[in-house]
Design a protein around this ligand. Structure first.
Ligand code: ATP
Ligand code: MG
Ligand code: MG
Ligand code: MG
Length: 467
């Protein structure tokens, strides 16, 4: 029986291995070959140069379970965490890839075979979409696979033309959705209620045909290729008979442990879900060499850590709790990711330092924020206030926005940017060296970060401990 996340992952890799795919281990979350990308956000990222024809491998078919982070840049799901049943900042993407080998027909029939024959999902639960101009894919679904016409829809480029980032490989796609049942709100893809959580997208098959350049032009790839991605947590939820990803095995362990640490009895509390999500992304990012900092990737990491700490505060955390969850994560995922086990002590140490640091200002920042909210007229927190929380108490703007959203309020992003700009000018005037620490504070797009190699952990950490 295929039920646990580990069993689903293994069944996927075995299936594609049986179809002559090379099993390739997950790459780092820090893309090694790509200065245009913040984090590895899809299974195809490590193969980007193979798609572009700039690199060749000894195989033309590959399969992987790739760790991904979507917390900045083009694919950013940070704001969805805690609000949908299906989004994480960190998740695993199961994928199969053809580098100029098979194309639409095989890609579609492999995917259908895995879902209906290996996992034995009922066909009437599956819905599909194709890119509106792709009659070829539509024909394969209707005529060769035999999908009922009323369960297929044609969708525009927003959802069915996939690209990794603003530049790079891209192409039309076809997606497979699972119907979680009528008791859940939502409509099939392409209908007005599609944003509900009833029909959940599980698998995206991308027909990689173009390389998009910075000026927007699209050049055909040397060979049409295939890139597919299926969220492990989403398909595991289906196999475990639950609706939300947060109810699957891996998350239940984390949520139980977080609840015990925080003395919270409500296992469905949104903050527990957010914390369980964030411990995964934060731990894996650190394991891959990202360190909390005030710029680039490190600042994205710091923002996620602070959001988690704030959710702990909301649950009235009595002490530093976040780093203690690393042990729980290692228990859930250490077998699949031995690097987590190896790095456990360092991850705990870095998270604890971040907790101590932010813990010093969090209480006072929250007091100020409550005061601001008490006096608020209208529904928007002024940019100057958001800036003050940021500048004096270390509240990243997105953290303040997260709190505001819980109370149906907004923040004035533009006003915050203006206040930030003014401070930057002051800092530049004050410093003959022109060091501008705020330059990258808000940026999701910093590409100059050099990354860390495994061997540089110790020296990096020493630096962090010094300041
Ligand atoms: P959605 O529309 O649900 O946000 P997506 O279209 O952005 O998903 P793709 O870029 O097509 O997702 O990625 C391929 C697959 O990866 C998705 O079909 C889904 O199963 C999974 N996936 C995407 N984003 C997430 C996420 N934030 N958390 C968990 N799984 C995800
Ligand atoms: Mg998405
Ligand atoms: Mg989608
Ligand atoms: Mg998609």
């Amino acid at each position: 029986m295929i039920k646990t996340s580990a069993e689903v992952r293994q069944a996927f890799l075995d299936y594609f291995a049986s179809k002559q795919h090379q099993i390739v281990p997950s790459s780092s979350l820090v893309p090694g070959n790509d200065a245009t990308l913040l984090f590895t956000n899809a299974g195809m990222v490590p193969f980007k140069d193979v798609f572009l024809g700039a690199e060749s491998r000894s195989y033309t078919r590959a399969t992987s379970s790739q760790r991904c982070v979507r917390a900045g840049g083009k694919h950013n799901d940070l704001e969805n965490v805690g609000y949908t049943a299906r989004h994480h900042t960190f998740f695993e993407m199961l994928g199969n890839f053809s580098f100029g080998d098979y194309f639409k027909e095989e890609a579609i029939s492999f995917a259908w075979g895995f879902l209906t024959e290996v996992l034995k999902l009922p066909k009437e639960k599956l819905w599909v979409t194709v890119f509106e101009e792709d009659s070829e894919a539509e024909k394969i679904w209707l005529e060769q696979i035999g999908v009922a016409p009323d369960r297929l829809s044609r969708i525009g480029a927003k959802d069915n033309f996939w690209s990794m980032g603003d530049t790079g490989p891209c192409g039309p796609c076809t997606e497979i959705f699972y119907d979680h049942g009528e008791e859940i709100f939502g409509g099939p893809p392409g209908t007005p209620d599609e944003d509900g959580d009833r029909y959940i997208e599980i698998w995206n098959l991308v027909f990689m045909q173009y390389n998009r350049h910075a000026d927007g032009t699209m050049e055909p790839l040397p060979k049409p290729s295939v890139d597919t991605g299926m969220g492990l947590e989403r398909i595991a939820a289906i196999m475990q008979g639950v609706h939300s990803n947060y109810e699957i095995d891996i998350f239940q362990g984390l949520i139980r442990d977080a609840a015990a640490l925080l003395g919270c009895n409500d296992l469905e509390h949104k903050s527990l879900r957010v914390i369980a999500d964030h411990i995964r992304s934060c731990s894996f990012l650190i394991a891959d060499g990202v360190m909390p900092s005030n710029e680039g990737r490190g600042y994205v990491l710091r923002r996620i850590i602070r959001r988690a700490i704030r959710h702990g505060h909301k649950l009235e955390a009595k002490s530093h709790f976040f780093h203690k969850l690393v042990a729980s994560l290692v228990e859930q995922m250490g077998q699949a990711y031995p690097e987590l086990v190896q790095q456990q002590a360092i991850i705990e140490k870095i998270l604890r330092i971040e907790e101590e640091q932010f813990g010093r200002t969090l209480d006072r920042g929250m007091l100020l924020l409550e005061e601001i909210l008490d006096n608020l007229k209208g529904d928007t927190i002024a940019g100057d206030d958001v800036f003050k929380l940021y500048d004096t108490y270390g509240f990243p703007a997105d953290l303040t926005a997260d709190i505001a959203r819980e109370r149906q309020l907004k923040i004035d992003h533009n006003g915050f940017d203006v206040a930030m700009g003014l401070q930057r000018e002051r800092a530049q005037q004050a410093s003959q060296f022109g060091t501008d620490y705020n330059e990258q504070m808000k940026s999701d797009h910093d590409t100059r970060f050099k990354g860390y190699t495994n061997s540089s952990y110790s020296s990096t950490v020493v630096e962090i401990f010094k300041d």
